[in-house]
Design a protein around this ligand. Structure first.
Ligand code: ATP
Length: 327
């Protein structure tokens, strides 16, 4: 298919994550390679409605490959959820003579991309979310760095937990996704992971803590996703107030936004670069309405429709493995 694209825009939206900058860089440099002009959308869908574009020549993305966050800025915008907001965005894109758009973001951002596509505007989505909950990619951009940040925290907490014979509840991001808490828990040797995908009772957690003590452990680490049935503070309150002796004194560490920041790992930089370049290639091939993702070790296109309607489930075998290895 012949390519009539001359100018594209790139934007980041929703929650940020490490790796967004290398992804923008790859989109820009790849597009320039084909003599396309690139505009950056400052501040996600919200600001964009007011027409905030900045020119992105190759030099504009120099030095950002190692930086966390997104130099374009990001936001959540209720206005863009409305038909009126989307019409404003389309109008601004047309006024700026943009031929196609690349959106880097999570589930919501890709729904926004799909809304624009439905109006006939060419859009390619890229998976950018630390939740790793997007169908159509094994890993989303930012996940590996966030996971390593959580893991470093667990390692450090374990040192102090062992010294003081403590049980630590380490809360991680993930309102609807337990990926980070589960994987950081496995990689960090946690005794239990409490995640939204698995039902549990407070008594179950107390039993795990008791078991760890009885088995002779010097610490008990429990990774908790923020969206789990009970959050870290609720579990800690129960353990501390419970009449049942658990053996350990209990502490809580909430990692919070620390997981979103930091220099992207090699994996995230390479993933972001491959997917950013693939987005430009997809546009050259006349594709639209798809997300480029990593499946196996191959970059593949999946329709945004599928990505946003088919959630990615955690592998139950991994959940079982976590339980077995904690013994
Ligand atoms: P994260 O996974 O980090 O939460 P996200 O991209 O899922 O990132 P959201 O807040 O869900 O973050 O979505 C980002 C923005 O995308 C919203 O603020 C809104 O502007 C737009 N958006 C979300 N859902 C839709 C939708 N159904 N239609 C149009 N736009 C949407």
């Amino acid at each position: 298919m012949s390519c009539r694209i001359r100018k594209i825009a790139v934007m980041t939206s929703g929650g940020d994550g490490p790796g967004f900058n290398p992804c923008i860089r790859a989109v820009v440099r790849m597009a320039i390679n084909y003599d396309w002009e690139v505009l950056g959308v400052k501040g996600g869908y919200g600001v964009w409605i007011n027409g905030e574009f900045i020119p992105l020549p190759g030099r504009a993305v120099g030095g950002i490959i190692s930086r966390g966050g997104t130099f374009l800025g990001t936001a959540r915008s209720a206005e863009f959820m409305t038909k009126k907001g989307q019409m404003e965005a389309l109008r601004n894109l047309n006024e700026a003579e943009v031929d196609a758009l690349v959106v880097i973001g999570g589930d919501g951002s890709l729904r926004g991309a799909m809304a624009l596509e439905a109006s006939g505007f060419p859009v390619i989505g890229l998976p950018g979310t630390i939740d790793n909950d997007l169908y159509g990619t094994d890993m989303a951009i930012g996940v590996d760095t966030a996971l390593n940040t959580a893991l470093q925290a667990i390692d450090k907490i374990k040192d102090t937990a062992s010294s003081h014979q403590r049980a630590f509840l380490v809360e991680m991001m993930g309102r609807n996704s337990g990926y980070l808490a589960l994987m950081a828990g496995i990689a960090g040797g946690a005794e239990m992971a409490c995640i939204p995908e698995v039902e549990f009772e407070l008594e179950d957690v107390a039993r795990e803590v008791q078991d760890a003590y009885v088995r002779g452990k010097t610490h008990c680490i429990i990774s908790v996703a923020e969206g789990a049935r009970y959050n870290a503070n609720a579990i800690a309150a129960y353990l501390s107030e419970s009449k049942e002796e658990t053996g350990f004194s209990v502490r809580v560490t909430i990692l919070g936004h620390i997981q979103r920041g930091g220099s992207p790992t090699a994996f995230d930089r390479l993933l972001a670069t491959r997917l950013g370049a693939a987005a430009v290639e997809a546009l050259r091939q006349g594709k639209s309405g798809v997300m480029m993702g990593l499946v196996g070790n191959v970059v593949k296109a999946t329709s945004l429709e599928e990505v946003t309607t088919r959630g990615k489930k955690l592998d139950p075998a991994i959940c079982e493995l976590a339980a077995v290895l904690a013994k």
